[in-house]
Design a protein around this ligand. Structure first.
Ligand code: LLP
Length: 421
């Protein structure tokens, strides 16, 4: 459930008509609902209320400082994968003790930044990384908490580009080798082994892969304890999918996911940590766009909108579906017709949807791309020199611009022409 609904004939974000945001901020623009963010975060907390737990928001899904502050103020931890994300989490007021650092390619500079600023744990993904972190920690006189990310070789049954838990993926250490790697970790100075980490992929719509992966983590935890490791924390990753289409195929709910966690690892007495991103922020955001032209083609009509693949990359990159809805509520029973909804970028891949069934729209009308709060703004670029898409946060009947649209001057000011040219 989200807070983007029609009332008084128009689509609103909470109590704000989207047309008001379009008029004041311009389009394209991302719009997030604070109430939806709070609701979704609360659902994960509730799903784990049977355990000592920490819900760490995956910052990669949406790294706007206002979004991070809202969640951080509710007690969220943060899962970061770069020095930039670490800096954002800290700037949003999240203490280092609630930040976990994931990612296969942490540089020494990034690890140093996190040790200096405070860190809850590093999720180690390889032996070279583990040795580098050990050497760095020793040189800084620090002892850093670590988990080792294991790759359970489970098929997450999701899009191949966002599956991470199969042996062919670059992530984690093969679970079969985990005991050896834990033995080395325990022997290395500067590291304190606190737990096990796993993440098998994103946009999972079935709980069975989780059940399989977490059962393997439970077995491993028992084996590691028998080997003498104090495993007190399990980081079970993120990945729970969201409904991208308003039909009856909704993915499992956080409460059902929490039940799988309890069933598989609940008896181990570990602190439970999870890293959801998409499920918290995905349906808390839309991309608002205006129709530029309606172009009648051969056998098909194109709706050319002012948002493009540089603003919302997911359809071009993964063939992802985002529901497109008009902001003016169509009359009940109004005729619909198929449109190919495309952006202005000079690539055929700049197509959001082919044959979208929409009521007749015209130039100047507003449309919303739903479920765009996760992996939307964060994956935006300035391709075709289109200034980075702005972001707005709505709360009740008011809104704020939380990232302004850069002017052309600001965009150009980052380039320099060398004096020898
Ligand atoms: N933890 C780790 C270690 C991850 O790699 C990810 C996502 C998450 C947590 C959060 O997963 P979530 O709950 O958001 O599914 N750009 C793609 C998604 C890439 C996900 C990468 N890792 C998309 O637009 O679908």
């Amino acid at each position: 459930m989200d807070h983007f609904n029609y009332h008084d004939g128009a689509l609103h974000a909470e109590d704000v008509p989207l047309s008001r945001i379009a008029d004041q901020v311009g389009t394209p623009v991302y719009v997030y609902s604070a109430a939806t963010l709070r609701r979704h975060f609360g659902l994960f907390r509730q799903a784990l209320d049977w355990a000592d737990h920490l819900v760490c928001f995956a910052v990669k899904a949406n790294s706007n400082l206002a979004v991070l502050k809202l969640l951080g103020d509710m007690g969220a931890g943060m899962d970061v994968v770069s020095g930039g994300e670490y800096a954002r989490a800290r700037a949003a007021g999240v203490p280092g003790q609630r930040i976990v650092f994931s990612g296969v390619g942490k540089t020494v500079a990034e690890m140093r930044q996190a040790i200096d600023g405070g860190i809850r744990q590093f999720n180690i993904e390889s032996e070279p990384e583990m040795r580098a972190l050990s050497a760095l920690a020793v040189s800084m006189g620090a002892e850093v908490p670590v988990t080792i990310r294991v790759n359970p070789d489970v098929d997450a049954k999701t899009h191949e580009k966002i599956a991470t838990g199969k042996s062919e993926n670059k992530f984690g250490i093969p679970i079969a080798r985990a005991r050896d790697v834990y033995a080395e970790a325990a022997a290395l100075p500067g590291l304190r082994v606190v737990g096990v980490d796993v993440h098998i992929g994103s946009q999972l719509t079935d709980l069975d892969p989780y059940r399989a992966a977490y059962a393997k983590v439970a077995d491993l935890t028992r084996a590691l304890r028998a080997d003498g490791h104090a495993i007190t924390r399990l980081d079970l990753g993120g990945g729970l999918g969201i409904p991208y289409r308003r039909d009856n195929n909704a993915p499992p709910l956080p409460i059902e996911y929490g039940a799988v966690i309890r069933e598989t690892v609940g008896d181990l007495g570990c602190e439970i940590q999870i890293e959801p991103g998409r499920n918290i922020v995905g349906n808390a955001g839309i991309l608002l766009s205006r129709v530029i032209y309606l172009k009648e083609g051969e056998g098909r009509d194109f709706l050319i909108v002012d948002a493009a693949m540089n603003d919302l990359l997911r359809p071009a990159m993964y063939g992802a579906h985002h529901d497109i809805v008009p902001v003016a509520e169509p009359a009940p029973g109004a005729d619909v017709q198929p449109f190919d909804v495309v952006g202005p970028v000079c690539e055929s891949g700049d197509t959001f949807q082919k044959g979208a069934q929409l009521a007749r729209l015209q130039a100047g009308d507003l449309v919303a791309f739903r479920s765009a709060g996760a992996y939307g703004a964060v994956m935006a670029s300035e391709y075709n020199s289109r200034p980075l898409v702005p972001e707005v946060l709505v709360q009740g009947d008011h809104f704020a611009v939380i990232r302004a649209r850069p002017s052309f001057e600001e965009m150009l000011a980052r380039d320099t022409i060398p004096e020898w040219l």
